[in-house]
Design a binder for this molecule. Structure first.
Ligand code: FE2
Length: 380
């Protein structure tokens, strides 16, 4: 049984439900009204600006009828119905418990123990069965990477992987790029050397938030793919030395790529990025494209370099890595804001050919949210 109390000057109300008291401000409630004049009944978009709502908005009366709360505002003399469940789901009345480098409860960090439970799915199954697709996307949202097996061994099949949830992001490398041995490489990704684990394209702003790599040929020994959870690496750095963690979050690094005549990409962003309320949201780490770092004060540069070195050591620690081999028709994708990827060195005989492209996590989250609405979990 719920109860609603209006405070004396109508600035806020309090809902008492299951013994919990939750307050909502008049201006917040009015701004979040769902009546047809405030929100489009067709697409849910807000039809008014905040300036259309009087600054001195107050609640003059409230009526609670089971699950519906009716609120009347002055000076508009406007009555609006609210679904109590919607209000409780969107409640913001909680203690201010801002904690640095927090993560959503939907995210789970990992290390090499993840080897035994790599998020993997069958290409044909996720292509034909929405429930399989939902489960695979949910794992990518949670762990930041996922693998697909048994796909077609044909050029541009990677477009079908992206088409499962979203759209290719075209860049100066094209809609896709080929990764294979070249005699005169202009980029280290195209040689037989191993690469340190990195996030891709930190010199872009915004960075591509997904990278897909699709294997078409793999007869050379070695060349395994490896991924590292950048969020776990950041958590480790923070646990070891909070000053070092803070210095990488507080100061911008600089990244640059000028690998061909007509491209000079540059960005200025931190290696470990937090949201204003401390959520860990992005890791950028790429030794090949880190430019001169000039935004760290002189007195902090030595600390910054100590932190940068240790962050790299943690990333290189075998205890952090998950390794797998891609056979022709296999592919994987990473959340490029979080999961670093690398390739082990491979031997010269034989061939290895991957096709890669970029896409974005917003469309993956969107597809997942739609599938979760359409295909709710069946309670066991
Ligand atoms: Fe890469």
């Amino acid at each position: 049984m719920s109860k609603c109390i209006l405070n004396e000057d109508g600035k806020y109300l309090t809902i008492i439900k299951d013994g919990m008291q939750t307050r909502f401000h008049a201006i917040w409630l009015r701004d979040n009204a769902w009546d047809a004049e405030t929100r489009s009944p067709d697409n849910g978009q807000r039809l008014v600006t905040l300036q259309d709502i009087p600054q001195d908005t107050r609640i003059v009366s409230v009526h609670l009828n089971v699950a519906i709360l009716n609120v009347t505002y002055s000076p508009e003399n406007k009555a609006v119905d609210y679904d109590i469940d919607w209000l409780m789901k969107n409640a913001y009345d909680r203690p201010d418990a801002v904690q640095t480098s927090w993560l959503s409860s939907h995210v789970e960090t990992w290390d090499s123990n993840m080897m035994s439970r790599i998020p993997v799915a069958d290409f044909e199954l996720v292509s034909s069965q929405p429930t399989q697709l939902k489960n695979w996307l949910a794992q990518i949202a949670r762990f930041g990477f996922g693998k697909l097996t048994n796909g077609p061994v044909e050029e541009l099949a990677l477009n079908r992987v992206v088409g499962l949830f979203g759209y290719v992001r075209e860049t100066n490398y094209g809609r896709h790029f080929d990764v294979r041995t070249e005699v005169n490489p202009t980029n280290l990704a195209y040689t037989g050397l191993g690469l340190q684990a990195h996030t891709d394209n930190p010199y872009r702003d915004p960075v591509p938030t997904i990278q897909v790599l699709y294997c078409l040929e793999s007869s050379a020994a070695g060349g395994e793919n490896m991924v590292v959870d950048g969020f776990r690496a950041a958590e480790r750095l923070r646990a070891e030395n909070e000053d070092w963690f803070n210095t990488l979050t507080r100061h911008c690094a600089q990244f640059e790529y000028a690998g061909s005549d007509d491209v000079k990409l540059q960005s200025r962003r931190p290696m470990i990025e937090l949201s204003p309320d401390g959520e860990l949201i992005c890791v950028r780490f790429n030794n090949r494209s880190t430019a001169a770092i000039t935004d760290v004060p002189f007195d902090e540069m030595e600390t910054y370099y100590a932190a940068y070195r240790r962050f790299g050591e943690i990333i290189d620690d075998p205890a952090m890595e998950v390794t797998f081999r891609l056979e022709p028709g296999d592919s994987f994708l990473v959340d490029n804001r979080r999961v670093l990827h690398a390739r082990k060195g491979y031997s010269g005989s034989g061939k290895r050919w991957l096709q890669g492209c970029y896409a974005d996590m917003d469309s993956l989250y969107s597809k997942l949210a739609v599938l979760e609405t359409k295909l709710p979990e069946v309670a066991e």
